[in-house]
Design a protein around this ligand. Structure first.
Ligand code: PMP
Length: 307
């Protein structure tokens, strides 16, 4: 979805018009991917106000990602959280996607140089369902990628480092060229890791399983929310290894992520998942998730931060 090229962004404490939020071509991050980012969603609540889903967890993960790459991040969690709220307010947004970014800027091009300043920005814009409007109901067709998920011995996979997303880009492009909507990446041992930009759950015999950190996943905040929701609904839900044949043989499968929310997978490489549409357990979890993000589930109110 193309950006609308309007509104204001927060850049290092100042509100900046869209056209002025630019950077130099010799910025370190453009050459080496030396940045970290977040993806956050805000949702319109029943009373018309807006709230950010798990704001503190996302901003804390941005800090953890910066720490993992030793990128100095001068703005404390409270300041960045307020920046997110301010960007939403000043752009008049309710249902929105928020993109905080911290990256190394202009000074020198040594790959390990320590003198490049960090620039931090927060942008927000309206954004519908990531995998298309029908995906939430009907599910998507996915393929196991020929690319392996980058391994945790090569990158801190629990961080959202900009350069790491070349792996996701390759996998997504390949999947789309083959006519699928999303890629599923295996880890170095051939076990299921995650989607190109989502975590993955499989359901078998009424129980949920999702690959753990040892499978080089990004431990997603939506994944964590779904583990809690599933258990609260009375479904056993565990982290553990998922083999490729378990994936193809699942009763149900779904992706979770800030962008993808809870998206059913209806087919993988020509194997029809369950009945080839959103499964009943996926449906229950998805429904509860969407009620939670809109403030309709009192037990999950703590996940929402007012704007
Ligand atoms: N895995 C990858 C590779 C991702 O980019 C994302 C999106 N941040 C996720 C999983 C899901 O994480 P979250 O639920 O925190 O958005």
């Amino acid at each position: 979805m193309a950006l609308e090229r309007k509104g204001v962004l927060w850049v290092d404490g100042e509100m900046v018009p869209f056209a002025d939020a630019t950077t130099h071509v010799l910025s370190h991050a453009l050459h080496y991917g030396s940045g970290v980012f977040e993806g956050i969603r805000a949702y319109r609540q029943g009373d018309g106000s807006a709230a950010v889903f798990r704001l503190r967890d996302h901003v804390e993960r941005l800090h953890a990602s910066a720490r993992a790459y030793k990128i100095p991040l001068p703005h404390p969690v409270e300041v960045l959280s307020e920046a997110v709220r301010r960007v939403l307010r000043e752009n008049g947004l309710g249902d929105a996607y928020i993109r905080p970014l911290a990256y190394l800027g202009l000074s020198s091009l040594g790959v390990g140089s320590r003198d490049c300043p960090t620039s931090t920005a927060v942008a927000a814009f309206p954004w519908g369902p990531y995998l298309g409007p029908e995906a939430l109901e009907k599910g998507v067709r996915a393929t196991v990628s020929s690319w392996t998920r980058l391994h945790h011995s090569m990158f801190p996979t629990s961080a959202k480092g900009c350069g790491q997303y070349l792996n996701s880009m390759l996998a997504t492009r390949e999947a789309k060229e083959k006519g699928f909507e999303e890629a599923i990446l295996l880890d170095r041992d051939g076990l299921v890791s995650e989607g190109a930009g989502e975590n993955l759950f499989v359901v078998r015999g009424g129980a949920l399983r999702t690959p753990g950190r040892e499978h080089s996943i990004l431990p997603g905040i939506t994944r964590d929310s779904v583990l809690r929701i599933a258990r609260d609904l009375g479904f056993p839900a565990a982290e553990g290894a998922v083999t490729r044949d378990e994936l193809y043989g699942a009763d149900e499968a779904f992706f979770t992520g800030t962008a993808a929310e809870v998206t059913p997978v209806r087919e993988i490489d020509g194997y029809i998942v369950g009945a080839g549409r959103r499964g009943p357990i996926t449906g229950r979890i998805q429904e509860t998730f969407f009620r939670a993000v809109r403030g309709a589930e009192p037990r999950y109110r703590e996940w929402l931060a007012g704007v």
